[in-house]
Design a protein. Structure first.
Length: 329
């Protein structure tokens, strides 16, 4: 597990941009704290998967993307959504099953998509986003667009057939996809140490004749730099694989007693929490002062409270709409 903190700061990472990145990481954490609270009160239907601890990976990658770049997400996608600029009021409404939600309250956490911002969607199927990303990248290539698709998936998904098929096709067709495996060390209770007989998952890239690289996914700057470089590579040459090493602080989903990992391990990773790491760096580099950072923390808190208020005032979906949006027109 890497612990170094990158200090290089490219010119486009202005004070305003970094303030926005810090805000988005905090929004993600605060959003999920609310979701956990509402779940414990029986107000979130189905299940949900929290990405607390993984915010630098999601937000750091998306900080390189513009509206016309696309992403495919996973079942653990709240950070991807926020990184890609989702409307948080509508996302909260979806989690609470309200009519103003992205799926009109009928989909929940694992079905949020926002095509207006290039978010092709969360996915309840492990590895399900990979072929979608390849198809979308083929469209970009055929239409001669100068954009890329970032395909997020987990360390569990890297052992699915869809990973191998998708990366192979993307490679032979030189499609503009950046595959980002968020290796949070576990697929449910299965440690990668037991599911894979290699230490560094990025070596898999060589089987497909594409570059692979492993990064510290808890270091915003390292993620940002790696994705920036990778984006340029992918636009010019075709796919690449990044392994973003990270950790989820909470259980796999909401019904997880956490029996497969030790308290010590969780504490070790909590010491690498990406949010205080980014704050310390911003302060040490004198990019943002402590009062400015405190103000961003308050803003994130207030915006999530406002999202809860918005969702609470949103109506329940009407029973008459139950068969709407089931089939495409
Ligand atoms: C095809 C498929 N197989 C199994 C499942 C059940 N399942 C849901 S999440 C998960 C683990 C996924 O692990 P990983 O890809 O590492 O993502 P993480 O949950 O760690 O973010 C499994 C096995 C599923 N949803 N889809
Ligand atoms: Mg995992």
């Amino acid at each position: 597990m890497a612990t170094k903190q990158q200090t290089k700061r490219p010119p486009e990472l202005t004070k305003e941009k970094l303030a926005d990145v810090y805000l988005k990481m905090l929004q993600t954490r605060n959003f999920e704290e609310k979701v956990a609270y509402f779940f414990s009160r029986g107000m979130v239907h189905g299940t949900t998967h929290l990405c607390a601890g993984q915010e630098a990976s999601a937000i750091g990658a998306c900080a390189n993307l513009d509206e016309n770049d696309l992403i495919t997400s996973t079942h653990r996608g709240h950070g991807h959504c926020i990184g890609k600029g989702i409307n948080i009021n509508r996302m909260m409404s979806e989690l609470l099953g309200k009519a103003d939600g992205y799926c009109k309250g009928k989909g929940g956490s694992m079905h949020i998509a926002d095509l207006t911002r290039g978010n092709l969607g969360a996915n309840g199927i492990v590895g399900g986003g990979l072929p979608i990303a390849v198809g979308a990248a083929m469209t970009l290539k055929l239409k001669k667009k100068n954009n890329i698709v970032v395909c997020f998936f987990g360390d569990g998904a890297i052992n699915e057939g869809s990973f191998h098929e998708s990366v192979n096709l993307a490679s032979i067709w030189k499609l503009p996809v950046l595959f980002i495996c968020e290796n949070n060390q576990y697929a449910m209770s299965m440690s990668t140490k037991r599911s894979v007989n290699i230490d560094d998952l990025s070596v898999r890239a060589s089987s497909y004749g594409i570059p692979g690289r492993t990064i510290d996914g808890n270091d915003f700057l390292e993620v940002y730099h790696a994705v920036k470089e990778a984006k340029e590579y992918v636009k010019a040459n075709g796919p690449m694989l990044l392994i973003s090493n990270t950790y989820r602080f909470k259980g796999h989903s909401k019904s997880d007693a956490n029996k497969y990992r030790t308290k010590e391990e969780i504490e070790e990773w909590k010491a690498l929490d990406p949010i205080p790491r980014l704050r310390s760096w911003l302060e040490a580099e004198k990019i943002l002062t402590a009062p400015e950072l405190d103000a961003i923390e308050k803003q994130a808190h207030d915006e999530i409270e406002a999202a809860v208020e918005y969702a609470s005032n949103s109506p329940d979906p009407s029973v008459d709409t139950i068969l709407e949006d089931v089939y495409a027109d």
